[in-house]
Design a protein around this ligand. Structure first.
Ligand code: ARG
Length: 572
């Protein structure tokens, strides 16, 4: 697949080069920039570069080049500005031809990742608690990156690295027996588990303050029972896990994200312990006096070693991640592994990546980190998003988003399915309005703003194009004589799309797609303002050409939003 605007630029560059060759008999590298559109579509400073070697005045060279370029007939205007800039205005017809010749059902896709495998890990939610906004960005960013890798030719494997191991299980059992009942659990499901978890954590804290360890010991007992496959412990574990997993799946379904695998921490814990033993044998890991095991990383620039085993022999987060890395190497031989996890874990992942290098893993491991989701609280202070009850639950957030979506479409007959698409579109798009590393300021009004940089704004633009296309059948392709002058800025934008996808995938920066789609929507709205599509005064030829272009716009909206995990509603 080729990149529409790059091809175009190459063509322009070679036409300039051949003119230089003819006039001055030299070979010269040519660079193009994009000037203000009043001046032209592209500009070059090549005349200034030629001035010295040719011993001539740059302005004079520019004038000579401009004259020859005019004669090629490829440009509708060639002008010289300042000390010797050459501004080129392309014929819109040429842009339309260019777009047509690179157009296919795979427009925007490429094969940069051909033959390579990437594992993308998201949303990696935790079992003990209801799904909160804490895992929203991982799902959004992870999914977008998965899609970007897919359309750029990678083989993609996705994994939901569930947080299903460790003390939470013990906390649950103790809390369940102390604070809950079968009925309460049946009623409240994951929310009951969440409640019990919080109550028990508090009880553990209180106890600790009094210097007691009764509950803490019970927690440890249950964990040991589970490790020893005690029947009752396994029973509880399954019961709690089932509730948790089906809740996680419900949320993922609402967010329209899936993964190929769900290999959680519990799956890797026993493998991790084996791996730690092997590292000890090799001397890569070191056992402390108290029995705990570390991998020193001073040779990789870290004063703090990686702790891979607790003094009591239990596995840690890092133990499970160690095993995960090794398992993925053996099973899938990936070229790249991408972890969509928040900025809170930057230090941890930099250590993990260093440890992987130290044990000889060659695969590129990428921590795809992102900032927090903030809000302005009642006192006007910016803080991490929360609710009166504590963390904001995804279920509540999505319900609220749906209510808001209904307000936005006020009174119009819109299907539930479309409401859901608008709600999820608004929530997801807010993740992409800036570089993922910046903290998001969550604001209900701006994420639904039909006039702003929002998901619904772009969805609305897409719905409008689709309606025009539905209402006006395209009977035949546009005539050869149409000049596409009115369509120029939209055509230029459409030509940019493949490059945007390429760079977003290369840099793992899906927000570039979001920005692009916003610009396309804006360009399109300007276009409508001055260009009638299907009124009485529009000739058949104009109409066919305009509808033909809108078909391409519709395609790019649909595919581009899809990369961000956002769907186009039927109505809005
Ligand atoms: N469950 C973890 C959390 O919520 C994220 C897991 C990230 N992935 C990993 N391989 N450590 O903090």
């Amino acid at each position: 697949m080729v990149f529409a605007i790059l091809i175009l630029m190459e063509q322009i560059i070679s036409s300039i080069q051949s003119v230089i060759q003819q006039l001055f008999n030299v070979e010269q590298a040519v660079h193009l920039s994009r000037p203000d559109s009043d001046f032209g579509d592209f500009a070059t400073n090549v005349a200034m570069q030629l001035a010295k070697p040719l011993g001539k005045n740059p302005r004079e060279i520019a004038e000579q080049l401009a004259e020859s370029l005019r004669q090629t007939g490829d440009y509708i205007d060639v002008s010289v500005a300042g000390p010797g800039f050459i501004n080129l205005k392309l014929s819109s017809k040429k842009l339309a031809d260019n777009l047509q010749s690179t157009w296919s059902e795979k427009y925007g896709e490429n094969n940069d990742g051909a033959g390579k495998t990437v594992i993308v890990e998201y949303p990696s939610a935790n079992m003990a608690k209801p799904y909160s906004v804490g895992h929203l960005r991982s799902g959004n960013q992870g999914w977008a990156v998965k899609r970007l890798m897919e359309v750029t030719g990678w083989k993609v494997i996705t994994d939901n690295h569930l947080g299903d191991y460790g003390t939470p299980f013990g906390v649950w059992v103790v809390g369940f027996l102390k604070f809950s009942s079968d009925e309460q659990l049946a009623d409240g499901g994951i929310y009951e588990l969440g409640r019990v978890y919080i109550a028990t954590k508090k009880a553990l804290k209180d106890e600790k303050e009094c210097g007691e360890t009764v509950l803490a010991d019970q927690v440890q007992d249950w964990l040991i029972k589970l490790e020893n496959n005690d029947e009752q412990a396994v029973g509880y574990s399954q019961r709690f896990n089932d509730i948790s997993i089906s809740h996680i799946h419900e949320i993922m379904e609402r967010l329209r994200i899936t993964t190929d695998y769900e290999l959680g921490e519990a799956f890797f814990a026993p493998k991790g312990k084996v791996a730690v033993q092997q590292l000890l044998e090799k001397g890569t890991a070191v056992q402390n006096q108290d029995g705990s095991v570390i991998v020193p990383l001073d040779d990789y620039g870290f004063d703090v070693p990686m702790l891979v085993q607790k003094s009591n022999g239990a596995a840690l987060y890092a133990t499970t991640d160690l095993a995960t890395i090794l398992y993925r190497e053996e099973t899938w031989h990936p070229d790249k592994v991408i972890y969509a996890v928040g900025s809170e874990q930057i230090f941890y992942f930099s250590q993990l990546i260093a440890m992987a290098k130290k044990i000889g893993v060659k695969t590129e491991l990428v921590h795809l980190w992102f900032g927090t989701i903030d809000q302005v609280n009642e006192d006007g202070v910016r803080e991490k998003m929360s609710s009166r009850k504590g963390v904001v639950m995804m279920e509540e957030l999505l319900d609220q988003a749906e209510a808001k979506a209904r307000q936005v479409v006020a009174g119009r007959e819109i299907s539930d399915n479309d409401i859901k698409k608008i709600a999820v579109g608004a929530v997801k798009f807010s993740d992409f309005i800036a570089d993922r590393r910046t903290n998001i300021l969550f604001n209900w009004d701006s994420i639904f703003a039909l006039s702003g940089f929002s998901g619904p704004y772009i969805q609305y633009a897409a719905v409008r194009v689709n309606k025009i296309l539905r209402d006006n059948a395209i009977i035949q392709p546009a005539g050869e004589d149409y000049d596409y002058e009115a369509e120029k800025s939209v055509l230029l934008k459409l030509l940019e799309y493949p490059e945007v996808v390429k760079l977003s995938a290369r840099d793992l920066e899906p927000h570039k797609v979001a920005t692009y789609l916003y610009e396309l929507a804006r360009e399109l709205n300007r276009y409508y303002e001055i260009t009638p599509i299907a009124t009485k005064d529009v000739t058949d030829m104009q109409k066919q050409a305009r509808l033909g272009m809108l078909q391409k716009v519709s395609f790019v909206f649909e595919r581009g939003l899809n990369l961000l995990g956002i769907e186009v509603p039927t109505q809005m």
